[in-house]
Design a protein around this ligand. Structure first.
Ligand code: SER
Length: 317
């Protein structure tokens, strides 16, 4: 049974991924790490957990050795809007953290998964049906760290034989842990506000389409790609994957079909709007489908149904 170390384990993806991985691989085979701890989180109480600042390479490797780790799932990073406010910090955390993760994987001869993003594309990228291999000239610091990260992961694979794998995640939507500091966060907030207030003010303008995915599909994609037969992988870092593409008015319509009083208004944030406009409308996931069988289960309607039901249970209690 392999042992996996997850960084950013208390974040939006990590808090659900660690629980899923422990179900699959056994509690003591999944080590959660984060820069902070939270005694109330199942990630901390349900198996091994260590505090780790990913910019501390010595401790990263020490923990890898302590638990005899076979795979690193490196999630710790700042998202696009926070990165734009603090570019130097974003470069430091996103890149130094990744280098330390790669070095740990190299020295332990393990695998490494890290998410790239739709942010790895920029204004000169084809906007619709964005191909797997295309122009990548992002104009956000977050995007710059994602492209550099993809290249570095490919380099570690070619140069040192590290089994690096990654996906370009779209906006991820979940009802468990909210994201923080991203541009696509509106697509999560809108559901919380729909349940709590029956209205939402969007900081993203009408007509701005971005790719999105429901968290269960994102978690399945990570596990599936990590388990995929390496002989079938033509690409590695990182695969386009998306489940749906929508603008604020589309998600509002899906909510309104279930909560008729729901109202959407707009108060556009120029920073996040500029970031959103620099990203594709919809990316093409066909390489992920062909090379490792990516197959998302949720579309906008089924996700909306599930989100509203789950949040109603959580927020009303
Ligand atoms: N969801 C991320 C963000 O909005 C994109 O990777 O920053």
């Amino acid at each position: 049974m392999k042992t996996i170390l997850v960084t950013g384990a208390l974040g939006q993806i990590g808090s659900e991924l660690v629980v899923k991985l422990r179900d699959l691989y056994g509690d003591r085979h999944v080590v959660g790490t984060d820069v902070r701890s939270d005694p109330n989180s199942p990630v901390v109480s349900g198996g091994p957990f260590e505090t780790l600042d990913v910019t501390d390479g010595e401790r990263f490797l020490e923990l890898g050795k302590k638990y005899q780790v076979d795979a690193v799932i490196h999630l710790a990073a700042v998202l696009s809007a926070t990165a734009e406010a603090k570019p130097q910090f974003a470069w430091h955390l996103n890149m130094t953290g990744l280098v330390n993760g790669l070095e740990t994987a190299r020295q332990l001869e393990g695998q490494l998964f890290t998410p790239s993003s739709i942010a790895a594309f920029g204004p000169s990228t084809p906007k619709d049906g964005t191909p797997q291999d295309t122009i990548q000239r992002p104009n956000t610091i977050y995007g710059v760290t994602k492209v550099a990260g993809e290249l570095l992961c490919d380099y570690y694979h070619q140069r040192f034989g590290v089994d690096t794998r990654g996906v370009r995640f779209p906006g991820l939507i979940s009802y468990v842990t909210p994201p923080g500091g991203g541009t696509t966060d509106y697509a999560v907030d809108i559901y919380y506000q729909a349940v709590k207030e029956k209205k939402y003010t969007s900081y993203i303008a009408a007509g701005t389409k971005m790719d999105m995915m429901y968290m269960p599909d994102a978690l399945d994609a990570i596990v599936q790609l990590m388990e995929a037969d390496p002989a079938r992988l033509v690409h590695r870092n990182a695969f386009n994957i998306a489940a749906m593409s929508f603008a604020p008015e589309d998600v509002a319509a899906a909510i309104k079909a279930r909560i008729p009083e729901f109202e959407l208004t707009y108060d556009v944030d120029p920073v996040r709007q500029r970031i959103a406009e620099s990203w594709p409308n919809s990316i093409d996931s066909s390489c992920a489908v062909e090379e490792w069988g990516f197959r998302p289960r949720f579309d906008l309607e089924s996700m909306t149904e599930d989100m509203l039901q789950k949040l109603a249970g959580r927020l009303v209690r």
